[in-house]
Write a protein that binds this ligand. Sequence first.
Ligand code: GLA
Length: 405
Amino acid sequence: MGHERSPSDEPAWATHHRNSFLQRFGGDPEGVRLFFAPGRVNLFGGHLDYNGGPVMPTAIDRGTFLALRPRPDRVLHLESRMDSQGLRFDIDRVPRERCGRWVDYPVGVIRELLAWQAERRPEMHLQGLDILFGGNLPVGAGLSSSASICVGTAFALSEVWDLGLSRREQVHSALDAERGFVGVQCGIMDPYAIGMAKPGHLLWLDCKDQSYEHLPIDFDRLSIVVANSGVQRELAAGEFNKRVAQCAQAFQALRRYAPEAQVLRDVAPETFESHRVRLEPTLARRAQHVVNEVERTFLAREALLRGDLEELGGFMTATHRSLRDNFEVSSPELDLLVEAAIECDGCYGSRLTGAGFGGCTVLLADPASVPAIVEHVRQRYAAEKGWHPDIEVFQGDEGPRTIGA
Ligand code: GLA
């Protein structure tokens, strides 16, 4: 998306990031360590994670780069390549309040890691660090740049400070930082998709019991293409939290008819249909999406395992329509990208990805058809909106790691 390096050219990005670190902080190149954490694209299970449902995302070969170097004191100095304003503070005086900028994400994670260390490894002495963040993931586009920063921070600091957090603990530090400190009531999908990634596989995550498995995907038969509408609706975080609250309300109303249910995902479609009239119409539409989407996600899993790509894509497009009509998180730009994609030969299906309210769509396609699909979608979007959207093919990724050692 307008980058000078190809997205997956990791060595080039690593060199560039190391050089940027040295420009920013000066000093000795020895001792600078580099890390990478991917973003993710969600393919199946839209807005199900915070309803305890199943989801099927994959990590992508784009994400966050971190360069770190220990300091002789106890200062943490955070800078970003995307923002001229960094933040410095002492390890013993980590900010308690968010400031409304990107640093809230790493600061939230640092608070989690320090709490973990105080409880589990209180004998450890932690050194200060200079840290530079950067990345090749569009920010706020539904590809989970925030979870990528958070999981990347948890992973890199756990390594550099030698804390020894398990991967699941890193994922939960990232999650608790976003929920507790940043204040977005996000579900567990994004940090799990990033933290538990395996190349050549989708992650099947059951958000009720947090169990997961890896399902193979054949990139020779199926391309994952992401189209960026370039439009982000204001107040998206507020709208997201509103959906979370509406689903909780719908569940409260329905659970008396489904006494066994622990989360909205447990309410059977027939139970919902029998009692939908008792719900206020907006809540009924939200619950309608959730109960149908749970079924669709299980069916999509079966179609994937059978290799039935037409059927798999059909579920994806059905998800989009439900997110548009029942969950009301789409936008005219996202609808246009989806409709333009699915009218092409070789496109199996398409939907908005992430929370919605702008950002990106994803489509699944026969690799041989991708150039024609990209061309068609770009032209149709430009004809109606006046400019060409960025559209790219993404590969999977192996998750957080040390790079360019
Ligand atoms: C955002 C949230 C996720 C998930 C998706 C919708 O990306 O961070 O937890 O709820 O929206 O599927």
